[in-house]
Ligand binder design. Structure first.
Ligand SMILES: Nc1ncnc2c1ncn2[C@@H]1O[C@H](COP(=O)(O)OP(=O)(O)O)[C@@H](O)[C@H]1O
Ligand SMILES: [Mg+2]
Length: 512
């Protein structure tokens, strides 16, 4: 009988089955990892265990007894603790105050605080989770805030500790220390559930590994019976369909050249984009694969001029634009489909017609004088693009806020592509879209390629990247750790390994 057992757990959201009859168990003294790509259903499963989500089906057994967990309060009572990807601490309170927050107190607050400080000190000594109990949380770097979260869970006497992608906020060195701490937990009899998508980490810390894909359990394996290759295959699935047509294939002029580009973090530490170089030629799509948050957003924002460049060059058509305004870059024929449609890509309170001219609205032919907008031109432009890009609206004056995600994306696409850019940056261009809109966006991008444009295509969906790209760069922790080109080099397992930070040997010519 396992210590904790989740049986046939299902959870549906409006248009997605996040967990489909998932079975998962964990023993005391064990690290059981949940491995899977973004969206596989890992967090959902654990949110159910922690009482944050209600399950649609299934049962949870603790020590063989059926338990109903309908709130985190109940989870905590059962000694289940969860550290979320995003911390939930109050910045202006001290470490100790944060830890005891919400606990019933029998004595006065000051006495309680004193007692707690001692207690925390003991726990932190025991597990070497060192942090000053009197420090204000806002003064602590993220790595230490995570410790506070863990201390908070331990303070409530945790038997089962859920860590949701805990290493994403840590540097590689901190990860090592962190793993030692986890080992101490398991030696002490805790059951640890570790969530990750990084294969090398998973191989290093786990006793057992359960792979989730699309809400289903692909398999549960002992670490000793598997290897990163096998896990990568399970994680992404083998059945990739190259459904999109890709005709022409020859290299012409370099339209975009990025040379040694770095973007520093405001908080200091490792650059968010670290010495990145690549070229994109005429009629070429360079795909960028990588787990979300490895610098892709900063890279595209830097190219578009929305994020300052710390070092390096960005050449569009041979001209360095690295320090030009976004507007000047647009004039040099750059188009940008940002990942955040509603905040960066559109002004949702403006009409479709206005959004379609958003970046040109101070230019002729849309304004006769500086601020006088030529309504007729704007409307004709809108009518043409609405038709051409099949945007589902009754008229051009409809507010963009009322459009579906797919139609909002079409508005951006229409605006960016109709400007006939030489270089198009597509950042998560199909994220959150339904199948039809996804295909539409992809086809338009391929059309841009056929017309000779260069495209930088960033996505976390590996299938899509493989289907659409001529070459694939893999980003990991701000760096491009390899660029693979066509045919047999583009191998799913190889890419997934690189996405997990496993570098190719330098001798291979694929690293350019
Ligand atoms: N609160 C929610 N509302 C709607 N959909 C959700 C919600 N939480 C998760 N999902 C969806 O469920 C799926 C699984 O998500 P999640 O469990 O967060 O995956 P993972 O943690 O493996 O990245 C995704 O498609 C996600 O969009
Ligand atoms: Mg998650």
């Amino acid at each position: 009988m396992p210590f904790l057992e989740m049986k046939n757990i299902s959870k549906r959201f409006v248009d997605v089955v996040a967990n489909d009859r998932v079975c998962f168990d964990v023993e005391r003294g064990e690290v059981h990892t949940l491995l899977g790509e973004n969206g596989a259903g890992k967090t959902t499963l654990m949110n159910i265990l922690y009482g944050l989500y209600s399950r649609d089906e299934g049962e949870i057994y603790l020590d063989g007894k059926l338990v109903i967990i309908s709130s985190p309060y109940e989870a905590i009572k059962l000694h289940i603790g969860m550290i979320h990807q995003h911390f939930m601490l109050i910045p202006n309170l001290s470490v100790t105050e944060n830890i005891i927050l919400g606990l019933p107190s029998s004595r006065g607050f000051l006495l309680e605080l004193k007692k707690a400080e001692e207690n925390i000190d003991n726990i932190s000594r025991k597990y070497e989770l060192r942090v000053d109990p009197k420090a204000l949380v806002r003064q602590l770097p993220v790595g230490l805030r995570q410790r506070v979260e863990i201390l908070k869970a331990l303070y409530r006497k945790t038997d089962i500790l859920i860590l949701d992608e805990p290493t994403s906020v840590l540097t590689p060195l901190e990860v090592e220390t962190f793993f030692k701490i986890i080992r101490r937990f398991t030696e002490d009899g805790l059951a640890v559930i570790f969530i990750s998508h990084k294969l090398n980490e998973v191989m290093s810390i786990s006793d057992r590994i359960t792979v989730l894909r699309g809400g289903n359990v692909v398999g549960t394996l002992k670490k000793h019976d598997t290897d990163p290759n096998k896990l990568a295959g399970m994680m992404v699935g083998k059945e990739i369909t190259l459904s999109l047509d890709k005709p022409c294939e020859k290299k012409g002029k370099r339209l975009l050249e990025v040379r040694g580009l770095s973007v520093n973090s405001e908080k200091g530490g490792k650059p968010l984009v670290n010495n990145v170089s690549f070229d994109i030629h005429e009629a070429e799509i360079l795909g960028v694969a990588g787990v979300d948050g490895n610098g892709q957003g900063e890279l595209t924002d830097a190219i578009a001029g929305l994020q300052p460049v710390s070092k390096g060059q960005i050449l569009i058509n041979g001209m360095d634009v690295a320090h030009l305004s976004p507007r000047k870059r647009i004039e040099r024929k750059l188009g940008y489909i940002p990942s955040d449609r509603q905040r960066v890509g559109l002004v949702v309170d403006f009409s479709v017609a206005q959004n379609l001219v958003l970046k040109d609205f101070r230019d002729t032919p849309f304004s006769k004088q500086r601020f006088f907008l030529n309504r007729r031109q704007i409307n004709t432009n809108a009518e043409r693009l609405i038709k051409e890009f099949d945007i589902k609206v009754s008229h051009g004056n409809e507010k963009v806020a009322f459009l579906s995600g797919g139609n909002q994306q079409k508005v951006i696409l229409a605006r960016e592509i109709s400007g006939k850019p030489d270089v198009l940056i597509a950042m998560q261009a199909t994220r959150g879209l339904d199948v039809g809109s996804t295909k539409y966006v992809q086809e338009r991008i391929l059309e841009h390629r056929e017309k000779g444009g260069a495209t930088l295509f960033i996505s976390t969906e590996l299938d899509e990247i493989i289907a659409i790209s001529d070459r694939i760069a893999v980003m990991y922790e701000g760096e491009i750790i390899g660029i693979l080109s066509g045919g047999q080099e583009i191998d799913l397992e190889r890419i997934s390994l690189m996405m997990a930070g496993v570098r190719e040997q330098k001798t291979k010519k694929s690293v350019s």
